[in-house]
Write a protein that binds this ligand. Sequence first.
Ligand code: X8Z
Ligand code: ZN
Length: 652
Amino acid sequence: MCLLYLSVFISFVLFSYELEYTNNETNSPGQWFEQLNEELKELNHAAAEYAWESSTLPTQTSTVEKIIQLTVQKSHWTKAICSRGTQYGDLNASFSRALYLLCQSPRNSDEEIREITRLLGFMQGIYTGTQVCLEDDRSSQDSRRSLESVTYLKYNDSGDPVSNGVTCLYGEPDLEKIMANEIITEPNQPKSCSLDEERVLRWVWNSWRLAVGPPMKHSFKQLIDLMNDGARRAGFQDIGAAWRAELEIPNLRALVHQLWLDVKPLYHKLHAVLRYFLKNCYAELASFHRDGLIPAHLVGDMWSQNWEKHVASILPHEVNIERNFRAANWTSEHLAKRAEDFYSSMGLPMMSKNFWERSVFGRVGNVTKCHGSAGNMFDEDDYRMITCAGNTMSDFYVIVHEMGHIIYYMLASTQPTVFQDGTNSAFHESVGDTIHLAALNPLHLVRLGLLDSKYLQPEAADGLNSFDYALLLKTALIKIPAIPFSYVMDRYRWDLFDETIDFDTEANSYFWQLLEQEQGIRSPSEIDRTNLFDVASKYHFSDNTPYVRYFLANFLSFQILEGLCKKSIFGTLENPNELPMPLHRCDLYGSKRAGRLLKKALALGGSQHWSVVLKILTGSENISSAAMLNYFEPIVALLDRMIHDAKIPVGW
Ligand code: X8Z
Ligand code: ZN
């Protein structure tokens, strides 16, 4: 998962249900609680070390075996703790909460744990180790011929990709970057919107899915059964219910549905405008015109969750902020320094010496995993990041995001170990996203030397100028398509887990039914996809990480930004006045007031329910779409004008 654990599986702590309780007798509940936290720290430390090992070194059978043993050990330990804990009853609120957090987990036997760990390792290995290979003149090839050359490759013993004279590419970041058009150095690169470009994108999109989907399908079916067994023994209906319980939102399914309904009109407008642009751009592409769905490979992202690639085509502007960013030629360490500078300007902690010495920035050495992650090593000041970042704005996003996890770990580190994971996973995902939104404000872009200060001047009655609109549209193209995507990722898995959907006959067709219905995209390939398994093309699927946390974090980050802004400007959240600037213009850089509020909330770790944390940060106890919709209000007006003027149809 993105917080560096062995897997959700170990972070979620499993019970072994046959073993006797084994922990030592101690004098008082207080001493016992202290000892429990010491032991948990040791277990978490070992888990973090193994997770680091398996992310940065080629998979060794010995590591897998150590991981299995540790997972089993932790499950026995948890069972013992929970059985002992019930003898003490409800001593106080903190004690009860600690036991609640530790003891709500699925219960699998040692043998099941072994099998689950093996299956997860296998799936993760496919995602991180698979390369697809292509011949050099791929742009002029027929896509069907290219598909035949897809090869399923691993590292050789010295950790180098196996290549037989052809170019072999990983999913992340190689193919991901081709889809987002971030590999732009070749002089003979196909022209944007050409059929050559379309063919390359289709090839990449399809090859990745053909390479990783089918090998994972059978393992996932086995995994569902094993995880459901463990969840049912713990009193849950299925593993989906157990995943949802971690968030502590009683009406989660209804809330998620409502939040999605709230932003759907905006998504449909963005969809309409992008489709209009793409149809004009790929006028020769016959298949485009069949229905209202957008072919998935054209939106500028492997998973269709981020459409920012098309911002300049939809709304051309003299400032190309993306180009300015790349031209600065920052390395990933530079980007990390700039991220650290933003956090520390608010009075939040600087990264530790260990962080700078041990983090991995790039596919260097034997790094096997390129998806961004942040590790709490549960050892004095040892926090680390893995990212295969380059020098684009989306690389900067990943670094700020991961640093948000680390800031949360650092601030929660004075809590007992059991509370150091934060109030829930959605809040953990929202910290970096909030600060990233804050860093995307035009004033900060001027500060970074990426934007001329003349673009701070208002041009219209709403106080905005043309650059504000370009920037807001770019942010909307990043944040809004992520909503239906994240909605589908877990709605799909919940429906498989509770057997609403029959895995054997509907696993892939149901996924496409949801993608078409919610995202309005369709497969670009003529291949019959019934027996494929396209959900496996996403990192979090093979990593078995629940995804609704990102859905919620998206909304939370706008709410928290608004709260921090109010605090920064008025000194209190109670002030009933509107902010004196549009939300995206609020500059949190250097705001010690906002930093103090964030510190106060995050330092509680998991000791309090998330609604308490949200109340501190925003004055409200409810997750809502209002701040996000307020942020994008100018964009809604802009899209409405475009749709009206060009008579663009909306919906599909
Ligand atoms: O996986 C991540 C982070 C690590 S927790 C880079 N994110 C999701 C994704 O990449 O799909 C951040 C936003 C969504
Ligand atoms: Zn994250």
